[in-house]
Design a protein around this ligand. Structure first.
Ligand SMILES: C[S@@+](CC[C@H](N)C(=O)[O-])C[C@H]1O[C@@H](n2cnc3c(N)ncnc32)[C@H](O)[C@@H]1O
Length: 301
């Protein structure tokens, strides 16, 4: 059905574009020399050509590639724990039919920002430990593979932090639990929707990355309001959200049908104020690329 111009919703791509894409398919995805042209093509692709585009690269839109994994959504949603784990591990399928697709994906600003936000988390756990609260406790909303927790505890064997991990995907919880089994009681796991979870204790840091980008404003504000109450004095709620400046936005949408609510610094400040937080307790920071923003909400000391 994709071979001819139907004259309806599906528009056939120009022949030179088809030749270019077919060449990419033969070489397992875009090589570095192709990045500019391929990105330009994707960023300017009209919705009427999307089906034709996806039909030509169909063999890459399978679980053999990272873009394909995100497109297929084997766990029912994009951004599942396996793709996040693979971003952290800089995984590239060694099979030549697919390896350039994964190299291209891992080279994107979006993937680098995900790795940078893990670093940001590690630094904030260190800062917390330096503040030296009595029983440092961290709540993580949408914990995924919990590679961040693993890395922190593995590199800080004397850490006193207790981590409480919330994720609604049992597969993610199972993976996180197995990955962190050596840390025993330092990590607790709860399989539940963050919208429904009711904390039973207070926390010094509440962290969430890769979750609020999926929420519309109403749920974003609801979540701030719900969890802010569980911050100890001098505690912080840090929420990661992709910025409007994410150069990988269109690639994620076109290649993987992966849509996020990108937000500006002002959007984040506004939503926190809508949730009833005083302006002096709100700030916004970013990782090195400025692609992932971090909304900070402080509980005054
Ligand atoms: C993109 S991953 C981020 C994982 C981790 N925070 C990181 O940055 O490495 C998002 C995780 O949030 C979980 N998630 C999404 N919506 C959720 C919800 N409403 N309640 C609980 N977990 C949720 C998903 O299962 C997934 O594991």
């Amino acid at each position: 059905m994709f071979q001819t111009d139907t004259g309806g919703n599906i528009k056939r791509l120009p022949s030179e574009t088809r030749v270019f894409l077919t060449t990419l398919m033969k070489q397992g995805g875009p090589a570095p020399d192709d990045y500019l042209e391929f990105t330009h093509l994707v960023n300017n692709l009209g919705s009427e050509s999307l089906d034709d585009f996806r039909a030509i690269i169909a063999d890459a839109l399978t679980e053999n590639t990272l873009i394909g994994h995100a497109y297929v959504k084997p766990f029912g949603y994009p951004g599942d724990f396996t793709i996040i784990r693979n971003i952290y591990q800089e995984h590239v399928n060694p099979d030549k039919r697919f390896h350039n697709w994964d190299r291209f994906f891992q080279d994107q600003a979006g993937a680098n920002a995900v790795r940078n936000r893990k670093q940001y988390f590690l630094e904030h756990c260190e800062l917390l430990e330096k503040k030296n609260p009595e029983n440092p406790s961290v709540l993580i909303l949408g914990s995924g593979p919990a590679t961040d927790v693993h890395e922190y505890l593995a590199t800080h064997p004397d850490s006193r932090i207790h981590f409480c991990l919330i994720d609604f995907d049992q597969h993610a919880i199972d993976f996180a639990e197995q990955q962190n089994s050596e840390f025993g009681d330092s990590v607790k796991y709860f399989r539940i929707n963050v919208l429904r979870y009711k904390p039973t204790k207070m926390f010094d840091l509440i962290w969430s990355a890769g979750l609020f980008d999926y929420f519309k404003e109403k749920h974003f504000a609801y979540m701030i309001n719900k969890y802010y109450k569980f911050l100890n004095k001098d505690g912080e709620f840090i929420i990661g959200n992709f910025s409007l400046n994410n150069p990988t936005k269109r690639l994620m949408e076109v290649l993987s049908d992966w849509y996020l609510n990108h937000r500006s610094k002002h959007d984040l400040i506004n939503v926190a104020m809508e949730a009833g937080i005083a302006e002096e307790n709100i700030s916004v920071d970013m990782e090195a690329l400025g692609v992932n923003l971090f909304l900070h909400i402080r509980q005054p000391g």
